[in-house]
Design a protein around this ligand. Structure first.
Ligand code: DAH
Length: 339
């Protein structure tokens, strides 16, 4: 009986060790340890033993059962662990995968030129100020010496939001806001978007950009205006660039001028870009009208000033030889990536 027990025990151990999945192990548990299992069956043969032999044999059977039981538990735990490890491995996220490349944008050519202008003017001591795109009739026209019935309003029709609010037609409104908030000496530029009722074509857009400039101090003259604009033009277009003043009219300046620079394409000889004249018009300017100074509480007997308004879009198209202003607003990446 003892030999039989040993045989069953070894067979059980070998079988459990050889098993390689949970179902097999479970079957072995039933086969050896179950109610009708082989080791249990041995106990039932104890009746044939002498009373002295019974406890000894009983103990041996129990020990054998414990050994097999432990082995099964160990094996089950090991298998569960292995399964868990395999599952974890299968579910791992590979964080070393390369990320999707981030596509970097570029500065819009309008911004590149604007940044250059800001550099030039701040180096001459100008501050940069901001003004609202939705402006009042008061700031956009009235204070700039353009009353309601003034013919200059025809050229600057715009989108009205109610009676007194409009999309600003010029950055000149910033002059007034600045003079109301600061005391002379004043030196500011105000870049921004402006709006006008205009048909879209290669040189016109209902939305475009201006940079307003304003200087107010004691003893400011037209020579200062010319000096500042010459400096600016030479930094933008090259140091041989010349500046020409032509008499003009703006309601908020007196005298007023239209400012031309020598064509950067042909150097003044005359070409397709300057339509043969050798000159390109880049801005309007003048000495701030005494009425305008007065409306902002500045005494024109004591102070004088000059102002100018530069078209940023024209400056950008001539600098990059862009033939159509619409290209600036279409947001076509193939176009924008060239700059
Ligand atoms: N605001 C004018 C326009 O849009 C441009 C201009 C001309 C601005 C003369 C000025 C100036 O400050 O002095 O046509």
């Amino acid at each position: 009986m003892k030999a039989q027990l040993e045989a069953i025990k070894s067979a059980a151990i070998a079988a459990v060790n050889a098993a390689n999945d949970q179902t097999q192990i479970e079957a072995l548990r039933v086969q050896y340890l179950g109610k009708k299992g082989e080791l249990t069956a041995i106990l039932k043969q104890m009746g044939s033993l002498s009373p002295e032999e019974r406890p000894v044999m009983g103990q041996l059977v129990n020990e054998a059962k414990a050994v097999v039981e432990n082995l099964i538990t160990e094996k089950t735990t090991a298998m569960k662990e292995k399964a868990q490890q395999e599952k974890l491995k299968a579910e791992t996220i590979d964080i070393t995968l390369p990320a999707k490349p981030v596509k970097k944008g570029k500065l819009h050519p309008l911004n590149t030129v604007l940044d250059d202008m800001i550099d030039i003017f701040t180096s001459m001591g100008f501050d940069v100020v901001d003004g609202p795109e939705v402006e009042t009739d008061h700031y956009n026209f009235e204070c700039l010496n353009v009353p309601a019935d003034h013919p200059a309003r025809d050229m600057q029709d715009t989108f009205y939001l109610g009676e007194n609010l409009l999309l600003r037609t010029q950055t000149s409104a910033a002059q007034i806001r600045t003079m109301e908030n600061r005391k002379p000496p004043i030196r500011v530029i105000c870049p921004g978007r402006v709006f006008r009722a205009d048909e879209v074509d290669a040189t016109h857009s209902p939305v475009f950009h201006q940079i307003e400039g304003l200087v107010v101090d004691k003893g400011v003259t037209m020579c200062d205006l010319k000096g500042v604009l010459e400096q600016f033009a030479q930094e933008i277009y090259g140091k041989d660039t010349q500046v020409k003043f032509r008499p003009s009219f703006f309601p908020f300046t007196e005298p007023s001028v239209e400012v031309d620079v020598t064509c950067s394409e042909c150097g003044g000889k005359g070409c397709r870009v300057c339509k043969g004249s050798g000159w390109i018009e880049i801005l309007g300017a003048g000495m701030v009208h005494p009425n305008v100074l007065r409306s902002c509480g500045i005494d024109p007997e004591e102070y004088s000033g000059f102002a100018f308004g530069i078209g940023l879009d024209r400056l950008t198209t001539t600098r990059y030889k862009i033939s159509d202003i619409r290209l600036l607003f279409e947001n076509d990446k193939r176009f924008l990536e060239q700059f």
